[in-house]
Design a binder for this molecule. Structure first.
Ligand code: NI
Length: 397
């Protein structure tokens, strides 16, 4: 390495204005999963300005870019997600979303800007050997863009030896990075459950099967799965998110439709969940003469950080910030489709602190007022570039 890692953060801070400008342009023009055409065009333009040629489209709107080292060698991948959320932003910043009902409230705008920043840092001072593949993927929030990227060859020819990513974290102070080995994001399962009874007159319940009353029992019983069916040392969350049913106050509802989600790290609980729900709901509904229909869909698998990559993730974070600013990250029951990359190659996702209480930047991800401290952007860009560079150096050695 001709320049030391110690001044890597200084070099990243020198492009702070670019990072903010890129992030703000993306933030103002958010797009939902698999609709990121404008976002992708913007990002392709940023990369071309740096002399990095974007690939043909992958996964619809996604694409890759490659920053070559000085001589050929192994490949390492870095990933950013491009999609926004179907939420109305409640911030009045000059860069607030101009698209009603759509906003970057999970920080994916920052992820993309930091990956472009990493591309700039790497292009200005290429790694000695190998290549860095930059993955800009669609649809992290919904639809599993990562899985589609892999289907379209994002991890092929050649296969990268490792993949790294960062997610912004408003529970961690700006100037810090949080890391964790092993499971970091839970698996996701979604279900629709219909409780079918028999309609009737509200005053004559004995002639009907009240789907509302049965659904109430089913909801209560399903909560017992977390405490009685799941292993207490393995977290298990079941949430019923919607309840719909009935026509009028004086009519017994013939059916109630419930929908919900299941989160766990444990693959056995992930596999068992549909049968647990079916058995519980069928039994309770059957006790009152009602029937159920269950549709269950397995979503993202659990994201498991490969502990063998921790030395790069932590070593670079410590050299940028100081070891006392690298903390242990908590696990999250939220899903993250970075999981799919980890099924193919060693993968590690870190958390970048973006919280700043003094400036009121404290709202959680997906909150209508979520915003981040842009002082985090050079840190994230330097970390991404740094882990790629250091991993390539070590892989070559
Ligand atoms: Ni996110």
């Amino acid at each position: 390495m001709d320049r030391t890692e110690a001044d890597a953060l200084e070099r990243a801070r020198a492009i702070h204005d670019d990072l903010s400008a890129w992030r703000r342009q993306l933030h103002a023009h958010p797009e939902l999963a698999f609709q990121e055409a404008g976002t992708a065009a913007t990002l392709r333009g940023f990369l071309e300005d740096l002399g990095v040629r974007p690939s043909a489209p992958m996964a619809g709107t996604g694409f890759a870019g490659t920053v070559p080292g000085r001589v050929p060698g192994p490949t390492v991948a870095l990933r950013a997600d491009m999609d926004a959320l179907p939420i109305q932003e409640a911030n009045d910043a000059p860069y607030a979303s101009v698209h009603p009902g759509v906003a970057h409230l999970c920080g994916h705008d920052a992820h993309c800007a930091m990956l472009v920043g990493a591309a700039k840092l790497l292009a200005d001072d290429p790694p000695a050997r190998g290549a860095v593949r930059l993955l800009f993927q669609p649809a992290e929030e919904e639809g599993g863009g990562a899985e589609r990227m892999i289907e379209d060859g994002a991890l092929e020819s050649p296969e990268p030896g490792a993949i790294f990513a960062l997610h912004v974290d408003p529970s961690v102070d700006v100037g810090r990075i949080a890391l964790r080995n092993g499971p970091v994001h839970a698996s996701v399962g979604d279900f629709d459950l219909v409780v079918r009874g028999e309609g009737g007159h509200a005053a004559k319940p004995h002639q009907a099967v009240d789907a509302v009353a049965v659904a109430g029992q089913v909801i209560t019983a399903l909560q017992q799965l977390a405490s009685r069916a799941a292993d207490p040392v393995h977290p298990f969350v079941l949430t019923i998110g919607t309840v719909e049913g009935g026509f009028a106050r004086n009519v017994i509802a013939p059916e109630v439709r419930l929908s919900g989600t299941v989160r766990t790290f444990d693959p056995r609980q992930r596999e068992a969940a549909p049968e647990w729900i079916r058995r519980c709901a069928e039994g309770v509904a059957g006790a009152f003469g009602a029937r159920i229909e269950l549709e269950y869909r397995h979503g993202y698998p659990a994201t498991v950080n490969d502990a063998s990559l921790r030395p790069w993730a932590e070593g670079v974070a410590a050299s940028l910030l100081g070891g006392d600013r690298v903390e242990e990250a908590p696990t999250s029951m939220g899903g993250e489709d970075f999981a799919y990359y980890g099924r193919v190659v060693p993968a590690f996702i870190g958390r970048l602190g973006v919280r700043n209480e003094g400036r009121g930047l404290v709202h959680p991800l997906h909150h209508p007022k979520f915003d981040l401290d842009e002082e985090a952007l050079p840190i994230g860009a330097a970390w991404l570039a740094g882990v790629a560079r250091r991993w390539l150096d070590d892989a070559a050695a």
